[in-house]
Design a protein around this ligand. Sequence first.
Ligand code: KIV
Length: 277
Amino acid sequence: MERKKVTIAELQQKKMAGEKITMMTAYDYPTGSLVDQAEIDTILVGDSLGMVMLGYDSTVPVTMDEMIHHCKAVSRGVHCSFIIGDMPFMSYQVSVEQAIENAGRFMKEGACDSVKLEGGSEMASVVKAIVTAGIPVCGHIGLTPQTATKLSGFKVQAKDAKSAQQLEKSAKDLEEAGAFMIVMECIPDLVAARITRELNIPTIGIGAGKDCDGQVLVYHDLVGLFERFTPKFVKQYINLSPQIKEALVQFKSDVEKGAFPGPEHIFTMKPEEAEKI
Ligand code: KIV
């Protein structure tokens, strides 16, 4: 059967049926295409691209134009997975009007199916305004990397009862504001399980235990292409960096020894034509 574009209704049905939802980040055409071919439900063009693709120290410097550039590339390679564009720092905080305008760019220019933004109860009115404008919004609570400085670093959140209750309130406020899904990052598994039970919309965990409705990982972590650090919650399925480095070293050596290009890589002329030169 021909696979069709994943819809929000299907993601919701998966939650109801207790079927897990999959999400993977992608930042370019070939990766978008591979993730789509792997039939992963949703693709997040995450602002993590600032660190894993652009070499920034955090996601804070990422701009709207950078995000749109990468969303365009991903969406060209994707036919069925549901694409979520990640709104960068300060693209939705300054005013509701600017938030709607920037969310609109993800849909019109980036060819995304929805947007994601970080923040809890304090962002509910912005989420509501974007949803009212006709753009589906995915929330993101717990460790929110754009405001890691305010959280005093990349730390597990909601570790005590009071902050766990606040987080649950945030999740409920985002659901009420119209979010169709919520990413929960770096929180204790019990807190994530409780929020997942309490909400009608799906939750996607990253460092939030196994009881979320789905899981997301950063592609570069999964395939071993980001060497600066590996968070505890990452499962590396393949370690590509050493293999790619080895191939590059081999190429250099082959060129230097004259072993590349070989006869099979060379275009030749008919001898009678060669004689005329
Ligand atoms: O930017 C990103 O990749 C994310 C995930 C870590 C959820 O927000």
